[in-house]
Write a new protein. Structure first.
Length: 97
């Protein structure tokens, strides 16, 4: 029996998303180095803020694709309520940071 792999809408943007994630990884390593080098506190916090913003942007891009793909498809197939509830739960959790 063949396994069917679902392809999510965000996979169309996978190269861009992976590039963003590699930049975030580089930022995290840079911040770690700043801490190891006893750099100025505010400089570290500013870099952490930039890292957080970059991660938030990736999350927003993936959520946007989720809405355009999974949620829209579920609504068309008349079972969107669960997807909308899941989406709202995720958004609420994200906003409570």
């Amino acid at each position: 029996m063949a396994t069917v792999t679902r392809q999510y809408r965000y996979t169309r943007e996978k190269p861009s998303l992976l590039t963003r994630m590699k930049k975030i990884e580089g930022q995290a390593k840079g911040i770690q180095q700043m801490i190891e080098e006893d750099r100025y506190c505010i400089d570290i916090v500013q870099q952490l803020t930039a890292l957080s913003s970059a991660a938030d942007e990736v999350a927003l891009l993936i959520l946007e694709n989720h809405i355009e793909g999974c949620v829209t498809e579920a609504i068309r197939e008349h079972h969107g309520e669960a997807h909308i509830q899941e989406l709202m739960k995720t958004i609420r959790k994200t906003l409570k940071r």
